[in-house]
Design a protein. Structure first.
Length: 529
């Protein structure tokens, strides 16, 4: 019997494994482990602009061998995933069908989870958020510092320090691009007045190495962050997984789909299915860490407890993308050297009891290709292309993120079995439909997930739209068995691994009424990784 079983190779799973392995524990990590085996090797280690000018094979990874990089129809969850990142959502909708009301949702069965394509933003919890869990920031600070050293984080000492405390191992921040420099200069001119109005602006805290660290980096400013991982400077959980695989007391078992667990005085037994053969396996350990994502972990826990049709709370933060024209960039050339990641973060304190925090990230737009914006333009394609070529260097895109709090109707329920067909209906109002949905789980498809009847997770977030977020609920709900990632990722406007527009969402047939959610603390608008 091993010491610890861990389910999931995302940021939470590998960062739970690292200190256990370092302490000498025997650790086995079970994972489905999808990877990109087609495109990564094709992408040259060159700046985006040079690739566009010189690589005769660029159509393969920019558009995809099967043109899967061209999103057709309305914007939907995952539409901004590039072909080298599409494996992140592969198989999840079939293996773990999810029916949602009021928001779009996505899960991952990839090696590294959604962290395999995240935007690298890190945002620690605050004392206010931790209080309902019986924790404090001072208790977690040494652990935050340990994770910061392990994954590599860069940032600056600026006006965001009250929200983003510094860490001893923090590296210098990434260079700003031309767009962000103009915005930051204007902010500094009016800094006193804006701070008095509870508005603060500073460099985004990013899990990216600006210096050589653990055989990774330094960051090369190729503007290819959502296509490839040059120099491994941007953190992906796979990097920690590879470090762990060098240890003799760590075992990685991929192509496993975990279904349930059981426990008694002898330990914990986990039942899994081999993805390639359908063979059933049982793994035993003294302890179990579930890090299969918000809804993935909830599915395992509820199925293991036989808690079908039992509502558990879920949070779903609304957020919006706001494309803006940076007038300060008119007649100003944009530098070619840049990153694709968030340039600046803004925080607005909203007074009240309790108070609220609204946060936003600022991005430039270039490497995700002009045609994706052109297809949304009201202009004819030829004219739209001409206009966008002029405007894109001046675009500043804001991703504005709001808190969510527990409320009646915001629940997640595990249903037993279910038909292959799913009944869809409009999930939100026209206003809410314009809110971009940054999700933890993916759009459910109508194909059968396995030969046997499957369980489906049904979520309702009435009155809200946005990313599926698990609430911090009362003891006895899914939270008690969920291992969270050490940081929550700050989103990237229009470019995170699971983004889209909330609209019609499939809804499962319901045989029991939706119960009211348990109590929980508020969540800010950055999702856990």
């Amino acid at each position: 019997m091993t010491d610890v079983l861990i389910v999931g190779s995302g940021p939470g799973g590998v960062n739970a494994a690292a200190p256990l392995v370092a302490a000498g524990r025997q650790v086995v990590l079970l994972d489905y482990g999808n990877q990109d085996r087609r495109y990564a090797a094709l992408i040259p280690h060159q700046p985006f602009s040079e690739v566009r000018r010189t690589d005769a094979q660029q159509h393969r990874y920019f558009l995809g061998d099967h043109f899967e990089g061209i999103p057709l129809g309305p914007v939907r969850v995952g539409a901004q995933l590039t072909p080298p990142r599409l494996h992140i959502l592969a198989d999840a909708a079939e293996r773990m069908p999810v029916h949602t009301d009021g928001f779009a949702a996505s899960m991952s069965l990839a090696r590294g989870g959604l962290g395999a394509g995240w935007s690298a933003g890190v945002f620690p919890f605050t004392d206010d958020e931790l209080r309902d869990m019986g924790l404090g920031l001072d208790e977690l600070r040494p652990h935050y510092d340990a994770v910061t050293e392990r994954i590599g984080v860069c940032g600056a000492g600026d006006d965001l320090e009250p929200f983003l405390p510094p860490s001893p191992s923090m590296m210098p921040p990434l260079e700003l691009d031309s767009n962000a420099e103009v915005v930051l200069t204007r902010y500094q001119r009016r800094r006193a007045a804006l701070n008095a109005a509870a508005f603060f602006l500073g460099r985004t805290r990013l899990a990216a190495c600006t210096e050589r660290h653990r055989e990774r980096g330094p960051y090369a400013y190729l503007d290819l962050d959502y296509w490839a991982d040059p120099d491994r400077s941007v953190y992906r959980p796979q990097w920690t997984l590879e470090e762990l695989q060098r240890a003799p007391n760590f075992t990685y078992l991929d192509r496993r789909f975990v279904r349930t667990f059981s426990e008694d005085e002898r330990g914990v037994r986990v039942r899994a299915t081999r993805a390639d053969t359908g063979e059933e396996e049982t793994h035993e350990a003294a302890a179990l860490v579930l890090a299969g994502g918000t809804l993935g972990t909830a599915r395992i826990v509820l199925a293991s407890l036989g808690a079908y049709d039992r509502p558990v709370p879920i949070l779903c933060n609304a957020y919006a993308y706001v494309p803006t024209l940076n007038l300060g960039m008119l007649r100003r050339p944009a530098r070619d050297r840049r990153s694709s990641l968030a340039q600046l973060t803004a925080v607005l304190r909203v007074p009240g009891t309790p108070g609220r925090i609204v946060q936003a990230q600022l991005f430039s737009y270039r490497s995700l290709l002009t045609f994706k914006l052109m297809k949304e333009s009201p202009l004819a394609y030829r004219e739209g292309l001409r206009v966008l070529r002029v405007l894109i260097p001046k675009f500043a895109i804001l991703g504005i993120h709001h808190e969510d709090r527990p409320a009646a109707g915001k629940t997640c329920v595990l249903r037993r079995g279910g038909p292959d067909r799913r009944r869809g209906r409009p999930a939100c109002s026209a206003a809410a439909a314009r809110i971009a949905s940054r999700s933890r789980i993916g759009r459910a498809r109508t194909r059968r997930a396995a030969s046997r009847p499957t369980s489906a997770c049904c979520c309702a977030a009435s009155g809200s739209s946005g990313a599926c977020r698990s609430g911090r609920s009362a003891p006895g709900t899914a939270r008690a068995s969920t291992t969270r990632a050490p940081f929550r990722s700050c989103p990237r406007a229009g470019r995170s691994p699971a983004t889209g527009t909330a609209g019609s969402a499939p809804r499962a047939p319901s045989t029991s009424p939706t119960a009211r959610s348990s109590r929980g603390s508020r969540r800010r608008a950055s999702p856990s990784t």
